[in-house]
Design a protein around this ligand. Structure first.
Ligand code: NIG
Ligand code: FE
Length: 400
């Protein structure tokens, strides 16, 4: 099979622990939607010598970016809450008075499948325009069976409407709906678990997520949801230790979770449990920034214990109304003190691991040929600025 040679590139493979896996004067050979070969241009194998060749003029090539935590499908706006927080109300106070996630639930329940897709497309386009080739989209603003399934269908349709790979997570345990106030166990039994089963049956859920927090679900409730998910063969992940330490990271690790996300308040023992379970830490600087959290996640503990750190937008209408993965890269460095290399690994190879993929997030023979080409000299420039979009093009193996 004949493919294509992308030559004259500075290739940040992210396939080595040092210096971005950078290859100066590199080439990537792409065939059948996969990377066939990558290395210095002067070492191109003879078998591809007659293949069509494109010169990228010294531009930077990275793996296509992966946004491993988004709530991209939703209805309504939370701008009013933004104003309320500016005059002193906290995220938790707004949530306890019926606003927050529940106000988005009301707006989302009122939208048809077509409206959910149409309203999410501009947000998706903004991520694609910055080099995203795979993203995760959660349900969690339905809190009833029909709307949860409709959100997941909308997520699947987004992946059909645009050249991007969409992975879905069922987030039925996100907030306690008003009709179940003080009856959260009944919500888990009569809505969340049946909706999880229906989503699985319909092939709409690739993973199962939850929100373990004082304003959401307790560790024992999440435990029940995860036990069912694992019986169904679905991987799990958790919004854990975001606003307080309820032992969420350890709970996620006990279920061999793909990731634990947020983690501002995770304990050292939680970090150790993650290291042992191979659970990825997904850092969400957009929510930390928007909510002006006083505590940052313990990045040095993750480093010390060898827990891989992914970075994601958490794009949602309330706690992280940010649809720019490049801005998030900058925030991961500025707010959490990640190095630019850690931040880029966070939206490529470690984001892939957070979604359970080994076939993307690095430029390596056999991996998907999902690439981003940038008008930049060095990968560190991706994280150090906010503003003009340096993306030249995405080269995606989708559809090949
Ligand atoms: O990831 N922490 C819980 N869930 C979302 C918030 C969603 C919302 O506020 O609408 C998050 O921050
Ligand atoms: Fe989230």
């Amino acid at each position: 099979m004949t493919g294509q040679i992308l030559a004259g590139a500075r290739v940040a493979t992210l396939d080595s622990v040092q210096s971005y896996g950078l290859i100066d004067r590199g080439a990537v050979v792409v065939s059948g939607g996969r990377v066939d070969w990558v290395g210095p241009e002067c070492e191109l194998p003879g078998r591809v010598s007659g293949w069509p060749r494109r010169n990228l003029g010294g531009r930077l090539v990275t793996p296509g970016l992966i946004d491993c935590h988004t709530h991209l499908v939703y209805g309504g706006s939370r701008a009013r809450e933004f104003e309320m927080r500016l005059t002193g109300a906290s995220y938790e106070e707004i949530s306890r008075s019926g606003g927050g996630i529940m106000s988005t639930v009301q707006a989302t329940r009122g939208l048809s499948l077509e409206d959910l897709v149409a309203s999410a497309l501009p947000r998706l386009d903004a991520l694609i325009a910055e080099g995203v080739t795979t993203l995760e989209i959660k349900s969690g603003y339905g809190m009833d069976l029909d709307t949860e399934l409709r959100m997941l269908k909308a997520a699947r349709q987004l992946g059909e409407r645009r050249p991007v790979r969409v992975v879905t997570s069922f987030l039925g345990a996100h907030a306690i709906p008003d009709e179940f106030r003080d009856r959260s166990d009944a919500y888990i039994d009569t809505i969340c678990l049946p909706a999880l089963e229906a989503a699985h049956e319909a092939g709409l859920a690739d993973a199962v997520d939850g929100f373990c927090e004082g304003i959401a679900f307790s560790p024992s409730q999440i435990d029940r949801v995860f036990a069912r998910a694992r019986q169904l063969g679905l991987p799990v992940k958790l919004h854990a230790d975001q606003l307080s330490d309820l032992g969420g990271a350890a709970l996620a690790s006990r279920h061999a979770a793909l990731s634990a996300d947020h983690l501002e308040y995770v304990s050292e023992s939680g970090v150790k449990a993650m290291a042992k379970a191979g659970t990825v830490a997904v850092l969400l600087p957009g929510a930390y920034y928007t909510l002006r959290e006083p505590v940052a996640p313990p990045v040095s503990a993750f480093r010390d214990h060898g827990v891989p750190m992914a970075v994601a937008t958490d794009a949602n209408p309330g706690s992280s109304p940010i649809h720019s993965i490049l801005t998030i890269l900058n925030m991961a460095c500025t707010l959490f003190r990640l190095t630019p290399e850690e931040a880029l690994a966070g939206v490529t190879c470690h984001a892939a691991a957070a979604l359970g993929f080994r076939d993307r997030g690095r430029i390596r023979a056999g991996c998907l040929a999902d690439l981003a080409v940038w008008d930049l000299d060095h990968p560190r420039e991706l994280a150090c600025r906010i503003g003009p979009n340096p993306l030249v093009e995405r080269i995606s193996g989708i559809g090949s």
